[in-house]
Design a protein. Sequence first.
Length: 291
Amino acid sequence: MDFLRQLAVQGVEAGWLSESFSYAFMVNALVAALLVGPLLGGLGTLVIAKRLAFFSEAVGHAALTGIALGVLLGEPPENPIIGLFSFCMIFALLLHFVRNRTNVPYDTLVGVFLALALAVGAALLMYVARKINIHMLENVLFGSILTVTDQDILILAGSCILILLVLIPTFNRILLTCISPDIARVRGYSTNFYDYLFVMMITLVTIASVKIIGAVLVGALLLIPGATARLLTKNMGDFVLLSAFLATVSCVIGTLLPMELEMPVPSGAAIIIVSAIFFLMATCFRIVRKG
């Protein structure tokens, strides 16, 4: 990271980059945006195919409970990594386990788990209120890519590498289990295994992205670029690539624009607004083309 920051300073001195890139946090923010954008955009296509639109929302909100548990167990209040990752992973796997063994509609089940996560999180935060800075909670809820540290980037990069190592060789099988579980079973694929594998990947990227996009908004970045790409493409390969591209561009613009224009807008909100603008443009294009 020091090397990238030095390059950025040299670019500012040469007049190639804006003055804002002379700040270390801006370089960190841009690196985080370039890491999280392609991953969320690419996985978002599978989320849409599998109709797990609100799953990441539930996991994101469970982050509040995970943070509170981590602080209660003695982790640093500013970065309770173990509590956050452990609770959210258990939460996600339990949600999927209950889904597979009950007849409760999935949206109803997600609503129940989401409400439970918020209630437990709110109750536990009362006990750790003195140890937690209120601004940290704001960052968790709405994202603050400009406060990303080197440690956050390392965690995000590690999560991205792990997910890619798992996703690339299994993408087609996961996609088939999403589109047609019966055909997947005929081919000898374990649909339950790939379902749980996909749930774990979505949970991991959601947790790693919470500080950047925010618990309230991270699910939106999984969905909106994919929904936009679906309006513009028919081929699955183009669908994935375009979704990843749109998510990355949204992250970069949403990071740079508030800083350059000195707008008091949280990074997570700015990223989602840019992504939603792309969606509206694609919708208008589709309507005009059909007309």
